[in-house]
Design a protein around this ligand. Structure first.
Ligand code: AMO
Length: 433
């Protein structure tokens, strides 16, 4: 039996006993009569100390192994204060499970950082690095917190189709595909389905799933395949009810991240839990603030990346990382957004340090108004028949948001490229691995 995952957790009670450990050969230092082999698994590294005189055959087999080969070793665990984790293992026998080819396309412990494309081209090796694994361990922890928080608020987890017949967001950023004799699309978001569910009595739903967006631009904060937490809730008063769920969700996830001490230490990051409630800045005030920085922003349009950054800097000066932008102009929001007064909407964004991490709104629940807005946005209501049906037979007021997981992680950990936060990124030029 292999003890494969707990090398670092060898306890003092195991000193002076025989243990089995398995992992990847990270490094070998051969000093002639003695050799040190560093073995790694997901918990960390340990040292094998091999004495040539004591086990000559084993010595030869181990020192000739290429780095990153996989072995399982049985040996005596001995306390040794000079070794980093307080013990070493003197092997008696070894099973060589897999010999790595040489040269390695990417080093795991190289001092010089490889360029990002080389890292992504060799992602399975890149993922062996503790600092890369730490990101995905934190990702898993914050998603567990998201599930727990949303379930505690009586949200039901659902999964909606990703192959769909019409655009979910309007616009042209859709991946087309052939669906037997028909044309279909990959879902840009679960928007149409999560809203439709509000007509069923399942009045609070959430989905953690994929967005597919055929956006042509290749930026540090866009992916063509990304993941998000989406919610939809019925019987709301207005968008304030939705924002309240969002800020508590973010708080729960951020707090959980702050508890990932080992991973944060590896990444050399500290995470300060934000205080609630998040500040709300109406769109009109945002435009004023940005114009004061001499940006040519026009009222009515969505914020550019540069405008978002400028606003992030302004808020940072007051020590604010998270803030909502509320009361967006109707013309800058998707067709399903509830209008508010003449030219405004009940749409909002949540920004973190100058980057949009979520957007949401109260939705239109009146079918006549929805058809009017579809037309005003240049869309053909016929293409939305199945969606509109959900509004014809009793639809309560409702709202929701979409919250990008990679965007959130990127800001949480101050990483400068969103691709760091997804295992195998898809962008304009990358389709493998
Ligand atoms: P929106 O299009 O703003 O809203 O998307 C919601 C959130 O998803 C993330 N996101 C992305 N992350 C990485 N790469 C991308 N290309 C990308 N596109 C979006 C962002 C963004 O804030 N249906 C609405 C949500 C709603 O109203 O419920 C929607 O999809 O973090």
């Amino acid at each position: 039996m292999y003890r494969s995952h707990y090398s670092k957790e060898i306890s003092k009670t195991e000193y002076n006993s025989t243990v089995t450990v398995s992992g990847w050969v990270e490094d070998i230092r051969n000093l002639g009569s003695i050799a040190f082999l560093i073995l790694r698994d997901k918990k960390g590294t340990l040292q094998l100390t091999i004495l040539k005189k004591k086990t000559p055959e084993l010595f030869e087999r181990l020192i000739s192994l290429p780095r990153e080969s996989v072995i399982s070793v049985q040996g005596l665990c001995k306390e040794n204060e000079k070794v980093r984790n307080g013990y070493e293992i003197l092997p008696d026998s070894v099973d060589i499970l897999s010999i790595a080819e040489t040269p390695l396309p990417l080093g795991v412990v190289d001092k010089v950082e490889a360029d990002f494309d080389t890292r992504l081209d060799n992602r399975i090796i890149d993922l062996r690095k503790p600092e890369v694994q730490a990101i995905f361990k934190i990702r898993s922890a914050v998603l567990a917190a998201a599930h727990e928080y949303l379930r505690s608020q009586h949200f039901l987890e659902v999964h909606t189709p990703k192959i769909i017949a019409s655009s979910s967001e309007g616009g042209t950023d859709m991946f087309k595909l052939r669906y037997f004799e028909k044309e279909a699309f990959l879902a840009q978001s679960p928007q149409l389905y999560k809203q439709s569910l509000m007509a069923t009595g399942l009045d609070r739903v959430y989905e953690i799933a994929w967005y597919f967006r055929a956006e042509e631009h290749n930026t540090r904060r866009h992916l063509n395949e990304s993941t998000a937490v989406d919610i939809e809730m019925a019987f709301i008063q207005d968008e304030e009810d939705v924002m309240q769920i969002l800020e508590h969700l973010v708080h729960a996830m951020w707090k959980r991240a702050s508890e990932c001490r080992e991973e944060l230490d590896i990444l050399k990051k500290t995470v300060t839990i934000p205080t609630l409630p998040f500040i709300k800045v109406p769109y009109d005030d945002v435009v004023d603030k940005i114009q004061q920085q001499h940006s040519p922003i026009q009222w009515g349009v969505d914020l550019s990346t540069e405008d978002e950054r400028l606003l992030g800097d302004i808020m940072k000066k007051d020590g604010i990382d998270f803030y909502f932008i509320t009361k967006y102009p109707l013309e800058s929001k998707p067709f399903y957004t509830m209008p508010d007064k003449e030219k405004y909407s009940r749409g909002f964004d949540l920004e973190c340090k100058g980057v949009e991490v979520s957007s949401g709104s109260q939705r239109i629940h009146d079918v006549a108004l929805l058809i009017e807005r579809l037309k005003a946005c240049g869309l053909d209501p016929k293409d939305f028949d199945a969606y509109l049906k959900a509004f014809r037979y009793g639809m309560p007021p409702h709202g929701g948001f979409g919250f990008g997981i990679e965007r959130f992680l990127m800001e949480l950990l101050d990483l400068n490229n969103i691709r760091e936060c997804i295992l195998f990124p898809r962008d304009r030029s990358r389709l493998t691995p």
